[in-house]
Ligand binder design. Structure first.
Ligand SMILES: Nc1ncnc2c1ncn2[C@@H]1O[C@H](COP(=O)(O)OP(=O)(O)OP(=O)(O)O)[C@@H](O)[C@H]1O
Length: 305
């Protein structure tokens, strides 16, 4: 079990400038034991560079990166002995079978107890006799997952972990993350899949152009989310009346529905609708994707109603 007192994963002021605006700049991250931090951001934002620093592969230009209180670069063997890393790019050796690759990785880690490896092979329905080079992307990803989790690490760095997995295997993977979190593991999970982050993570850090633009808890995310409403008027004429009152050109045809996004004040909406003949109102919560879209697009948050 991990010591729960200090942050298990900690980056402070992490900077690596590759020139022309590429790299990571003054990145601060903390993940506690038993916590899953989602790491979201567009392509090239700096997620993998940050993870590779945490793995001790790269020396920070400025700032510090520590895992379980140890400097990731200077104390690399000590740090790596306690963490599991699932790289975004799969680097399994192609000529080996899954069994020989996992045996090699276990040997390198000095892992004697192979019971967890066998459990994970069963969970992910992995064919140990298959040659890695002949595997599908998803099956290669399963090999990498078993390799990352089999030593029961205290810290997990997961770079786009479900890429290539089918929906059933994605489910199993998310169950595994939950199990590890309950065991007290600190987990940093980078992803482009908002739904996955919403399900698996306690907090989310959003990185853009190498800088952490926002960090918040999933509870904060939930309270920031607005709701969308679909109003179905009793007739197309009634819908046109609504559109005109809102300065919109009424749509032609017989459609009776109107979509409203980002509704903050539901009472104001209900009061307004009382002047119309409404057939039905249905509501929908803004998705995590819609909430963060402005960060992807580089815009300011869209005006809230
Ligand atoms: N060794 C390197 N030399 C020069 N530039 C690099 C190097 N490694 C990464 N970069 C640049 O740093 C930036 C961040 O890359 P990174 O791989 O961390 O993005 P990412 O957030 O993981 O993106 P993706 O979602 O596409 O995987 C990119 O502009 C990338 O081109």
């Amino acid at each position: 079990m991990v010591n729960a007192s200090a942050a298990a994963i900690c980056a402070r002021g992490l900077t690596k400038d590759y020139g022309r605006g590429r790299g990571v700049f003054d990145v601060n991250l903390e993940v506690a034991a038993g916590e899953v931090l989602g790491f979201l951001g567009p392509n090239g934002a700096g997620k993998t560079v940050t993870m590779r620093h945490l793995m001790g592969f790269i020396k920070p230009q400025k700032g510090t990166v520590e895992i379980l209180g140890h400097d990731c670069f200077r104390e690399r063997p000590r740090v790596q002995a306690r963490l599991g890393y699932l790289p975004g790019e799969n680097v399994c050796m192609k000529e080996m079978t899954a069994r020989s690759f996992l045996d090699l990785m276990a040997g390198m880690r000095g892992l004697r107890d192979r019971s967890r490896m066998r459990e994970l092979v069963d969970v992910f329905d992995l064919d140990l006799g298959a040659r890695i080079g002949g595997m599908s992307k998803g099956n290669r990803q399963k090999v990498a997952i078993v390799a990352a989790f089999m030593a029961r690490p205290d810290v997990l760095l997961l770079d786009e972990p479900t890429s290539g997995l089918d929906p059933l295997m994605q489910e199993r993977f998310l169950d595994l993350v939950e199990e590890e979190r309950t065991r007290g593991v600190a987990i940093l999970l980078s992803s482009h899949i908002f739904e996955e982050v919403g399900r698996a993570c306690d907090r989310v850090a959003f990185i853009r152009a190498g800088r952490v633009a926002m960090t918040c808890t999933m509870d904060e995310v939930r309270s920031m989310r607005s709701r969308g409403y679909t109003i179905e008027f009793s007739s197309a004429r009634e819908r046109s009346r609504w559109e005109l009152a809102h300065g919109n050109e009424p749509a032609k045809g017989e459609a009776r529905g109107v979509e409203l996004r980002d509704v903050r004040d539901v009472n104001a909406l209900i009061r307004e609708l009382s002047f119309y003949d409404v057939a039905s109102v249905t509501s929908r919560e803004q998705t995590l994707e819609e909430l963060f879209l402005h960060l992807y697009e580089g815009d300011e948050p869209s005006g809230q109603r």
